[in-house]
Design a protein around this ligand. Structure first.
Ligand SMILES: [Zn+2]
Length: 434
């Protein structure tokens, strides 16, 4: 396959841009990048005409819970949403069917918006893996471990057993990276956090966790250990390069030093953090320290949308606002976090995150014909400030075209929407009973 007539934002270390570029794919790998001279070099390749669109590496959503599309738009503005709505609803409703359909719906939404890789933490993660395969995305999927009885566990910490089975089942799959996902430090005791890390080590998989997201979390570790959550996790030995921490809002300079030294991946989820009125993580500092920093949407009950375009705009604007400086976080840095940064956070940067020979063909064409896309003086600015998810026209994952002419090829969206209505009815009647 050969993509022509595109502006290639390579996101390589020079951030090279190739106008009127050509990218050649053999099977699942990028094998050549250049200009129109490549057309005669590969005469037999199937041609995709990018129609002057912008070709970018697939976006990485570094933190979500995609099955929670089932609960989207419910209780958005209430206080104590988590304990009042979410935990009771999950207890009542979360089963294999909800996770299967909810995740498929969310993954379709991600595919249509140009997300080619996502990291997910939830229950019944095996269902999420099956949905991911059906739609054709790349998923880093972590089964949740908590210290209470969970929707898919009869006793506390049973998620650890599920993880063992789940990792063994999916370990060799080319698109699924099964992972261990202790929910947060405050929902796992020290012993089980260490067990979770040991499991990740023994299976050679990532470990995903919410870290330093809540004020009560910081207060707990300060009171009990006189440490921040990051310092506590470091002290018990669970921070290393396989850890991907979501949020990391409440971190001080010493915490940032630890995160750098231990090569911890970070998902910055500004949309969800802003909506939850949590706080603003020091992402600009993190970026300048060259931490492994990507962008995430968080679950659709927290962040509502699953696309990275929304996050890019918010990251730029909120950090400029809180730092009172419109010059910080240039648009190319934001696009870098949304692609290569997310790949680094998930330890996948040797495979994905930039358009370079030898990397996997995870590619997105953002069309430039729509009214909101013109004029274009700076390609990065257009992606961060002008574009939205509906401008994504073509999505390729692992060399396979998933979205073409803005239509999903791997799922019948109308059937899925119909099936999803049953879930909505279940959620509605349960929510009324709360
Ligand atoms: Zn989350």
């Amino acid at each position: 396959m050969l993509i022509k007539n595109v502006i290639v934002l390579t996101m390589n270390s020079n951030k090279d841009i190739i106008e009127n570029g050509v990218v050649v794919i053999d099977n699942d790998v990028i094998v050549d990048i250049g200009g129109n001279e490549l057309l005669s070099k590969y005469p037999d390749h199937e041609i995709i005409d990018g129609e002057e669109g912008i070709l970018v590496p697939g976006f990485v959503n570094a933190h979500t819970h995609c099955a929670m599309t089932a609960f989207r738009s419910l209780g958005d503005d209430v206080a104590d949403r988590l304990k009042r709505y979410l935990f009771p609803l999950e207890k009542m409703l979360v089963d294999k069917e909800l996770v299967s359909l909810g995740s498929k719906y969310g993954i379709c939404e991600m595919a249509l918006s140009g997300v080619t890789t996502f990291a997910d933490m939830y229950y019944y993660e095996d269902e999420v893996a099956k949905s991911t395969k059906e739609v054709g995305l790349r998923g880093v999927l972590g089964e949740t471990i908590v210290d209470f009885v969970a929707p898919d566990a009869d006793k506390a910490y049973e998620g650890l057993d599920y993880c063992q089975w789940f990792i063994d089942k999916w370990k060799e799959d080319e698109l699924i990276i099964p992972s261990v996902a202790p929910h947060a430090p405050y929902t796992n005791d020290t012993e089980h956090l260490q067990k979770a890390l040991n499991l990740a080590e023994s299976k050679d998989v990532p470990i995903l966790m919410h870290i330093a997201e809540m004020t009560y979390e910081s207060e707990k570790y300060m009171k009990e250990y006189n440490l921040t959550p990051v310092q506590y996790l470091d002290k018990i030995g669970v921070l290393n390069s396989r850890m991907v921490g979501a949020h990391l809002i409440y971190v001080n300079n010493e915490d940032l030093r630890i995160l750098k030294e231990k090569e911890v991946g970070i998902s910055h989820n500004i949309g969800a953090n802003a909506k939850g009125a949590h706080g603003v993580a020091p992402a600009y500092k993190m970026y300048n320290m060259n931490l492994k920093l990507g962008l995430g949407t968080d679950g659709p009950m927290s962040g509502n949308t699953l696309d990275i375009f929304t996050q890019m705009g918010l990251v730029a604007k909120i950090h400029k606002l809180v730092n009172n400086d419109r010059t910080i976080f240039s648009a190319d840095q934001i696009v870098e976090m949304a692609t290569l940064g997310g790949a680094r956070a998930l330890n996948l940067d040797s495979k994905i995150g930039s358009i370079e020979i030898g990397k996997k063909a995870d590619l997105v064409i953002v069309e430039t014909k729509s009214i909101n896309m013109q004029p274009i003086y700076d390609y990065y600015s257009v992606l961060v400030y002008s574009a939205n998810a509906s401008n994504v026209s073509t999505v390729i994952v692992n060399g396979k075209v998933i979205v073409k002419d803005k239509a999903l090829l791997t799922q019948d969206y109308s059937i899925l929407t119909n099936e999803f209505k049953n879930i909505k009815n279940r959620v509605m009647s349960a929510a009324r009973s709360l």
